[in-house]
Ligand binder design. Sequence first.
Ligand code: IDP
Ligand code: MG
Length: 151
Amino acid sequence: MAVERTFVMIKPDGVQRGLIGEIIQRIERRGIKLVAMKFMNATDAILEAHYAEHIGKPFFAGLVEYIKSGPVVAMVWEGDNVIETIRTTMGKTKAHEAAPGTIRGDLALHISRNLVHGSDGAEAAAREIAIWFSEAEQISFTRNTDGWIHE
Ligand code: IDP
Ligand code: MG
């Protein structure tokens, strides 16, 4: 398994509903390492870059309105295989289909208010991290618990 970094965002519904701690805790408790975090308002420029693949789709305007409706928590997480692990921890995009035990399966109901974003592959992760964070904002560090999380 390779050490990867992935971009995660707690969307405005997660902030408004008081679920920031709950969502971070679910990722943190798996042993995944936080390497960058900021609380911010997303801009049109950021969202047009971040959601470029969705420009022109019927839900795009509503999606941008949703993500701009309040502050978000933008983060980078690091660990073995984290891109896939965080996607499975989040659950399916259609929250009503997300398995119990996942963030969306336990805390969300609808695709248009699905609480959290996680990069869907290595290319997306690199692209999204660069949109939201500079190199200097990402902190490489060693935890003295790392040996209890992986070999
Ligand atoms: P993902 O967030 O699980 O990667 P994508 O298909 O990339 O899912 O869609 C990005 C985001 O756009 C979704 O998380 C959701 O917030 C929103 N979205 C996608 N499809 C729809 C839709 O049909 N209606 C409303 N919002 C949608
Ligand atoms: Mg996606």
